[in-house]
Design a protein around this ligand. Structure first.
Ligand SMILES: Cc1cc2nc3c(=O)[nH]c(=O)nc-3n(C[C@H](O)[C@H](O)[C@H](O)COP(=O)(O)O)c2cc1C
Length: 438
């Protein structure tokens, strides 16, 4: 891709682009404008949707098998079905808070093709009966927010959304779209923290139950919260059909996913691949394997809130069930690769510190749990730990899993515990003052 130009975008077949995107090209990408988007088949799905009853759109999304790309892999149609029957005011929130280490797919999607997201948001809002939709974007993504503002203005002026009674042209869909900037913290992307921010409060998750967004969401009303990439798939499904979408990927993991490969690989970047693609091939073939002809040591296949896999276990398909069977998860598709020069105790400390810093501070298990984890890890790394401290890491992780208002503490415990389980020898070596990293 030439710097400064827009990559080839196939609006028909790929959510992302026709090419992989190297990490260092990311900021050079110019967004696809409205005329080009329409010229490549954009907003055709909106036309189809406007002639389809909302319940039929949800059925089509159900048949497509689309699952959320924001971390948990929840079935999109199931979420929409929970919101759809409610009468009265409803909301849709498009989650582009994205602040997890190693994840930058949503930023790229916002940047490269904002109209694809707008089209997906309008269709989703129509399907669930939401009269208002929020594009909740990481506030540090300043350029992307500006691009999205321009795209919203252009699509509104073209009559794709809005409220006719407020003047202006007749619109395809009567929905109001607004942008809300997230504070740019990790926890602000959690779906109920998102609701708090949009309502004007600090980013702190709500307790579930009773605050499930589908029942008591934004301003107390039923709300669907979907990730940007999830919604970017929606126009493709409407335009090409659910059978086409199901034909990509595996039986239980349909469509493509955008993988962000970072760490010790030759070609870090974004790779849109069918779900079910081999993790091994993504790393060794697409991303070029380890830098400087080193040996790889371990991989986080689904971002830092999920279990790490040692390199001899990465012959696994990138699919929800396959990764679960391998003891990990697909998460956000953030593939973080480490070679044999990396000290795993050091990685565990960095993660423990990250989760501690990002804890919103409202629930004691999370504040204390993440702080204690970081503290013990630092002691071990400094060579001041004892065997008891090493055992405590494992015990603490087991104890805190499943606690706290949101998944942050569990994610921290799962990640640190997996490093501990697979690389226990490195912890033991630190106790006797030796780091075993190459
Ligand atoms: C600490 C934390 C941070 C999260 N950050 C994000 C985020 O930045 N973007 C996102 O889409 N989902 C994030 N999630 C997941 C959301 O809570 C929610 O499940 C997701 O937006 C639903 O979208 P999906 O069904 O399309 O995947 C986060 C969850 C947790 C626990």
């Amino acid at each position: 891709m030439m710097p400064g130009c827009c990559p080839e975008i196939s609006v028909v077949t790929r959510v992302l682009t026709d090419r992989d995107v190297p990490l260092n090209q990311l900021e050079k990408v110019v967004p696809l404008g409205l005329a080009d988007y329409v010229g490549r088949g954009g907003y055709r799905a909106l036309e189809i949707a406007s002639n389809t009853p909302p319940a039929d759109i949800i059925k089509q999304i159900e048949r497509s098998g689309l699952r959320g790309r924001g971390g948990a892999g929840f079935l999109t149609a199931k979420k929409w079905t929970m919101v759809y029957p409610s009468k009265g005011k409803k909301y849709l929130c498009c989650n582009a808070a994205e602040d997890e280490p190693g994840t930058f797919k949503d930023r790229y999607l916002l940047r490269v093709n904002p109209h694809q997201i707008i089209e997906g948001v309008i269709i989703a809002a129509y399907a669930i009966g939401a009269s208002e939709a929020y594009l909740y974007i990481n506030g540090n993504y300043k350029e992307e927010v500006a691009f999205m503002e321009q795209a919203l203005q252009a699509s509104k002026e073209a009559g794709f959304w809005g409220v006719p009674s407020h003047g202006g042209k007749p619109t395809a869909m009567q929905v109001v779209l607004k942008i809300c900037k997230s504070p740019g913290t990790y926890v602000a992307g959690e779906e109920t923290a998102l609701l708090e921010v949009i309502e004007g409060r600090v980013a702190a998750p709500r307790q579930k139950p009773p605050y499930y967004p589908a029942r008591r969401g934004l301003f107390g009303m039923p709300t669907a919260v979907n990730n940007v990439e999830t919604l970017a798939n929606v126009p493709h499904i409407l335009r090409e059909g659910d059978a086409w979408f199901r034909g990509i990927g595996t039986e239980s993991a349909t469509g493509t996913m955008i993988f962000t490969v970072t760490g010790d690989v030759c070609r870090p970047g974004l790779y849109e691949r069918p779900l079910g693609t081999s993790l091994h091939d993504l790393i060794y073939i697409d991303a070029g394997g380890a830098t400087d002809r080193r040996r790889l040591k371990a991989v986080f296949p689904g971002g830092p809130s999920n279990t790490l896999l040692p390199v001899d276990q990465i012959n696994v398909p990138l699919a929800f069930d396959a990764l679960q069977a391998a003891g990990s998860a697909l998460g956000t598709g953030a593939v973080i690769v480490m070679d044999d020069t990396v000290c795993m105790v050091r990685i565990a400390i960095q993660y423990a510190r990250f989760f501690n810093r990002e804890s919103c501070g409202q629930c004691p298990p999370c504040v204390l749990g993440t702080a204690r984890l970081a503290e013990i890890m630092e002691k071990i790394e400094a060579g001041e730990g004892t065997e008891k401290d090493v055992l405590l890491v494992g015990e603490l992780c087991t104890m805190v899993k499943g606690r706290g208002y949101c998944y942050l503490l569990t994610g921290a415990a799962i990640a640190v515990e997996s490093i501990f389980r697979h690389f226990r020898a490195e912890y033991d070596a630190h106790i006797v003052g030796k780091c075993r990293a190459a």
